[in-house]
Design a protein around this ligand. Structure first.
Ligand code: SAH
Length: 386
């Protein structure tokens, strides 16, 4: 039976006021009032960070390396307060549809890189994609994220037709594309046909690091150029990076944060790097959940209005990863609407959660999980508040 969106919104409201098992930490004020001399100066520096919306490399290094103490709790509490000031207690859903696992690129970290010959590839039909949208809509999703590898079958004409179809059937929904690098003309055309947002993680703002993560045929300049075009065209743009990717250092992260400060994207996607078989980085260590949480909070304080997902990768490396992401300042969740039979094949990274769970199960699971955060999932597009 289809659930009504209104009902779900109502459930969300009730559960937010009656959390069953609360993860809620003390507020920033409480933490500061009880602060000991060792953490108080750090809390004060966090206040300066929040006021100036800037961070030095040395303070970043300090925040990322300090033990898990009350100053870390304070960082998260300040970030929660910042997001609640702009977006209240709302958590926005984005229904993710992974439309193709074919990819012309060969990114060193990614499981769907073209050299991975072990992977059976799939490409959804437009009909299947429309069915995913229908199901997502019935669960209250008002943003669809169309993501995939850089698959040339999905040319301007086919992707344009899909965008037009979704636009005409769901005039009240946002369409987000996450289909990689294309020409300015292609982006413009997709925008004109009704796409509103585009996710293109910059992956790293350090050119040498970019070269380490990608084969030589891919260029840092082009990635940055694409982000610029998307912004100029009028998309709400999302950049982002993996936390703990091979070769990443506090210096490269500092560049990422400076890039976010100056580019001012509407969305930022960060999640831990997950070492993935059949890639050159298969034996590298995974990124840290703790570092990801600290960076979520720092990004929230540097750019309080940004839409920040608590990513599936975070949930994949920690059983409460998505809840902790929300409590660190994230305000978006991206449940998977792809048919269950495709999910394992969209293996950008290993050990992804929810591979066997349909949206009915995922929806209920996320509702329950979010109860412990004191926030509520809403039925809204969740546009950037500028
Ligand atoms: N082709 C699209 C979508 C890429 S997949 C594009 O180029 O934008 C979306 C994101 O997954 C990537 O931007 C990357 O940051 C992330 N990703 C890829 N491999 C990963 C891995 N092994 N661990 C964690 N995240 C990964």
């Amino acid at each position: 039976m289809e659930k009504s969106a209104n009902n779900l919104s109502e459930q969300g409201k009730q559960s937010a006021t009656q959390p069953e098992s609360s993860l809620l930490a003390p507020t920033a004020e409480q933490l500061k009032a009880e602060a000991t001399a060792d953490v108080l100066p750090i809390m004060q520096q966090i206040d300066v960070l929040a006021t100036e919306q800037d961070i030095s490399l040395s303070f970043l290094e300090h925040l990322l390396s300090m033990p898990k103490n009350n100053a870390v709790k304070y960082l998260h509490a300040k970030a929660r307060k910042a997001v609640e000031t702009v977006y209240g207690d709302k958590i926005f859903l984005r229904g993710l549809i992974e439309i193709t696992s074919y990819c012309r690129n060969n990114c060193n970290y990614c499981g769907i890189r073209r050299s991975n010959k072990t992977l059976e590839r799939y490409r959804m039909t437009p009909e299947t994609i429309m069915t995913c949208c229908k199901e997502g809509y019935s669960y209250g999703m008002r943003t669809f994220v169309i993501q995939g590898g850089e698959d040339m079958w999905w040319n301007d004409e086919r992707l344009g037709a899909l965008v037009s179809d979704i636009r005409s059937q769901y005039p009240d929904c946002a369409i987000t594309l996450s289909m990689g690098e294309h020409s300015r003309e292609s982006y413009q055309r997709l925008f004109d046909l009704g796409a509103n947002r585009y996710l293109l993680r910059h992956e790293t703002a350090d050119e040498n690091h970019y070269s380490y993560l990608h084969p030589s045929e891919m260029s840092f300049q082009n990635r940055m150029q694409c982000l610029q075009w998307l912004k100029e065209i009028g998309f709400q743009v999302g950049c982002g990076f993996m936390v703990g990717s091979p070769g990443q250092t506090p210096q490269t992260i500092h560049k990422d944060l400076q890039f976010i400060r100056t580019f001012r994207p509407q969305m930022v996607g960060i999640g831990p790097f997950v070492a993935t078989q059949h890639t050159p980085f298969a034996e590298e260590p995974n990124g840290s959940v703790e570092t990801t949480l600290r960076l979520l909070s720092i990004i929230r304080l540097l750019h309080p209005h940004v839409l920040l997902p608590s990513t599936t990768a975070l949930g994949s490396l920690h059983p409460l990863g998505r809840e902790l992401g929300i409590l660190a300042g994230a305000n978006v969740l991206m449940p998977n609407l792809s048919p269950v039979e495709n999910r394992e094949l969209y293996n950008i990274y290993d050990n992804k959660i929810c591979l066997g769970d349909g949206i009915d199960h995922c929806y209920d699971c996320l509702q329950t999980r979010m109860e412990s955060t004191g926030r509520r999932i809403v039925v809204e597009r969740g546009d950037f508040v500028g």
